[in-house]
Design a protein around this ligand. Structure first.
Ligand code: PLP
Length: 418
């Protein structure tokens, strides 16, 4: 076979061990071309919610491909997009009345940032600053890198990034600092929006903060007229126990970004949901106030059909029960590791469990990361630590035995590397 010409994401090919080739997927499992089975403990970068090749979603894709392929979405529409928009509006927190489609988590955030600035410009009171939370990750495009944590991932591209204001991560006992900083920044009324990952900062190391802080951020944002953008790309679709994490703070953001689990992880799709006020600011006879954003594959009908089937799965199958059972197991897993001397901190939120290994530091460059990845792969497990942060974010179909196997392997990893 000729040498692969594929350039993989977040991969240093010069030191990466041979990359397994996956020939099929099923439930929580991946099958390699040399006959190995790998347990997908991170839902293939957090996209697969119910399990790989969820039957209802696969069937919907099959049916959709018999009817439609891509249709230009400026000036035309189609039923899957229309039905999905109505379904999404029913599922998200109240007050989000308009759905703008795109195709990845990053673009859903780009769209949100543009909507925020467009809103203020169109109402005749321009604001241009964005406030972001320390340690956040919102994607790898120029705009999303700008509002994300700065570091090795974006150092080379720094000249292209725009300046943002940041608030500290609300670590336990220091929440008030975060709120005070946000209040100060928002009072000068130059900030168009605060963008946050609600309750769990994923790529930043599965950092978790309580719902009351989110509720306070919303209160401060509202008082100063700063829009709140909730990036639920990772937290959405049940990861933190509720369909969207914002529900736990009983808040409605002004803009909500969703992708990953939107199609159950089967095909790419994203949506940015906005309040009526934001839509109305763009709705007038003045063509200069149009929302100027599109991508060729906006609202791909097959992806919309997959997302509609995902909604059906949520409506017709005991997804909430599965999530509750998985969350209970992860909470028990947390107990198991809490007194383990090899982990300095352990935390859980809904279906997510995260453990800080005593050795090393969080972050991509930490030597321990690739070693741990290899350790788990040898045991037929896909675990991709964030530096020294070991986390499990499995599909909801994972069984108790499969989870126990993962916990055993984590314990062993602690003994080997901790
Ligand atoms: N926002 C958050 C919170 C994410 O976790 C991610 C990806 O991990 C993104 C945005 C970017 O999504 P995508 O990789 O689909 O562009």
């Amino acid at each position: 076979m000729s040498r692969s010409r594929v350039w993989h994401p977040f991969t240093q090919h010069a030191i990466e061990p041979p990359i397994p080739s996956i020939v099929s997927t099923d439930g929580a499992w991946l099958q390699t071309n040399d006959g190995r089975r790998i347990l997908d403990a991170i839902s293939s970068w957090w996209v697969v919610t119910h399990g790989h090749r969820q039957p209802r979603i696969m069937e919907a894709i099959r049916i959709a491909t018999g009817m439609l392929d891509q249709v230009i979405f400026a000036g035309l529409t189609h039923q899957p997009a229309e039905q999905l928009a109505s379904a999404l509006i029913e599922m998200v927190p109240p007050g989000l009345d308009w759905v703008f489609y795109s195709d990845s988590g990053s673009t859903s955030v780009e769209v949100a940032l543009k909507m925020a600035l467009g809103y203020f410009r169109n109402i005749g009171a321009p604001r241009s600053r964005i406030i972001a939370m320390e340690h956040s990750y919102h994607g790898d495009t120029i705009g999303t890198m700008s509002v994300g944590a700065r570091g090795v991932f974006n150092a080379a591209y720094e000249p292209l990034l725009f300046e943002v204001d940041t608030i500290p991560f609300p670590a336990a006992g220091r929440e008030q600092e975060t709120l005070d900083r946000f209040e100060t920044l928002s009072l000068d009324r130059r900030a168009a929006a605060l963008i946050i990952e609600p309750l769990v900062l994923g790529a930043g190391g599965m950092l978790m903060y309580p719902a009351w802080v989110l509720a306070e951020l919303k209160r401060i944002a509202e008082a100063s007229g700063t829009l709140l953008i909730a990036d639920e790309v990772m937290t959405g679709w049940g990861r933190t126990g509720t369909i969207f994490a914002c529900e736990q703070a009983s808040i409605s953001p002004d803009i909500l970004c969703t992708s990953k689990g939107l199609t159950g992880g089967a095909v790419p799709l994203a949506a940015t949901l906005a309040s009526d006020a934001i839509f109305q600011a763009h709705y007038c006879v003045d063509r200069k106030k149009t929302f100027f954003h599109s991508s060729s594959y906006t609202a791909n009908p097959i992806a919309c059909a997959a997302a509609l089937a995902n909604v059906e799965v949520w409506r017709c199958e005991p997804v909430a029960e599965r999530i509750a059972a998985l969350s209970a197991r992860q909470a028990a897993g947390l107990q198991r590791f809490q007194n383990n001397p090899f982990f300095t901190e352990s935390r859980a939120n809904g279906t997510i469990l995260a453990l800080d290994l005593r050795t090393g530091s969080a972050g991509y460059l930490a030597e321990i990361g690739p070693k741990l990845r290899a350790f788990f792969l040898e045991r037929g497990m896909l675990v991709r630590p964030l530096g020294n942060v070991l986390y499990l974010l499995p599909p909801y179909c994972i069984t108790g035995d499969e989870l126990d196997g993962l916990y055993d392997a984590i314990e062993e990893a602690g003994e080997c590397f901790g």
